[in-house]
Design a binder for this molecule. Sequence first.
Ligand SMILES: Nc1ncnc2c1ncn2[C@@H]1O[C@H](COP(=O)(O)OP(=O)(O)OP(=O)(O)O)[C@@H](O)[C@H]1O
Ligand SMILES: [Mg+2]
Length: 345
Amino acid sequence: MTPSLSSPENILELRGVKKFFPVRRGLLQRHVAVVRAVDGVDLDIRRGETLSLVGESGSGKSTLGRLVASLDTASAGEILFADGNGAAVDIARLPASGVKALRRKIQLIFQDPYASLNPRMTTEQIIAEPLRVNGIASGKALAELVRMQIEQVGLRADQLDNYPHEFSGGQRQRIGIARALAINPQLVIADEPVSALDTSVQAQVLNLLTDLSREKALTLLFISHDLSVVRHISDRIAVMYLGRIVEVSETSRLFAAPKHPYSEALISVTPSPDPRLRRKRIVLEGEIPNPISPPSGCAFHPRCRYATDLCKAERPPLAGVGEGRKVACHHAEALDLQGLKGDVA
Ligand SMILES: Nc1ncnc2c1ncn2[C@@H]1O[C@H](COP(=O)(O)OP(=O)(O)OP(=O)(O)O)[C@@H](O)[C@H]1O
Ligand SMILES: [Mg+2]
């Protein structure tokens, strides 16, 4: 049976997606446990939007990004991608022959451009490679296309002969963006693309990425551990905790009135644009639990100020709460959580 998406608005639909890594010990490398890195993710991404995936270190964001980019295979679930001509492919069950075609449509931009750019290739070779490998252009047309790409990211054609080490961090990430966008992908996954950069250049690179995405009508899945970084670039935000999505919402609604206690805590520590506006910082006690043995019920309950016995016993489903929002909390309707009401964006 050919899989199909539930809405023509969506470019990607994740259904019950899981990724478990085996933990091996000892000389015989016996399989002793599993890391539940992604533990049942349901998420829709709409065509043309910028959706940010946020959560603390270890919540499974990069693992999820790698599954979508087919750099890794899901242990369970469906990852349905709209192929452009009305059909959908399930990335979780893609035969090896389908992977190459998919990589043209879904590109990944990494955190550390120094590690992801080949140090022995010139900038020209780096940007030209995906165009050449995919048979998009050759000869003069290829050279012209590469020149356009580098100028589009704010660098100069005379820098094409330079090697990655001859650029600054921000410039290297621009090259990474040029390379990823060169083959006109439909979906770009940017995994912490500015975390390694100085704060002063973070905004420039972010703006470049979002401007180009809009210009090219790309869908952008942006991964970050920092809510304040994604606030001004995201149409919607998905908050992830220990391998699951706990809240998905349009950005301004999430900031104004979070519905999950974990989102509330993350928002409470984002810097306010107006220092006169005082708000209570909610300090999360302890660290994110070990995904080898996640807590019972709601995985967030040991750190939640509002947890009840129900939260310890039963895992709350991710359920619709109106305004296109979804929340996985037993008490979402009853709680009145602190957002950034009154803050000016
Ligand atoms: N190849 C692997 N083998 C075993 N465990 C892994 C592997 N990759 C990731 N994990 C584990 O899966 C969990 C999720 O990791 P992941 O890198 O997806 O988190 P993240 O949200 O991207 O974190 P960060 O913000 O630090 O990048 C972690 O506990 C991690 O140790
Ligand atoms: Mg990561």
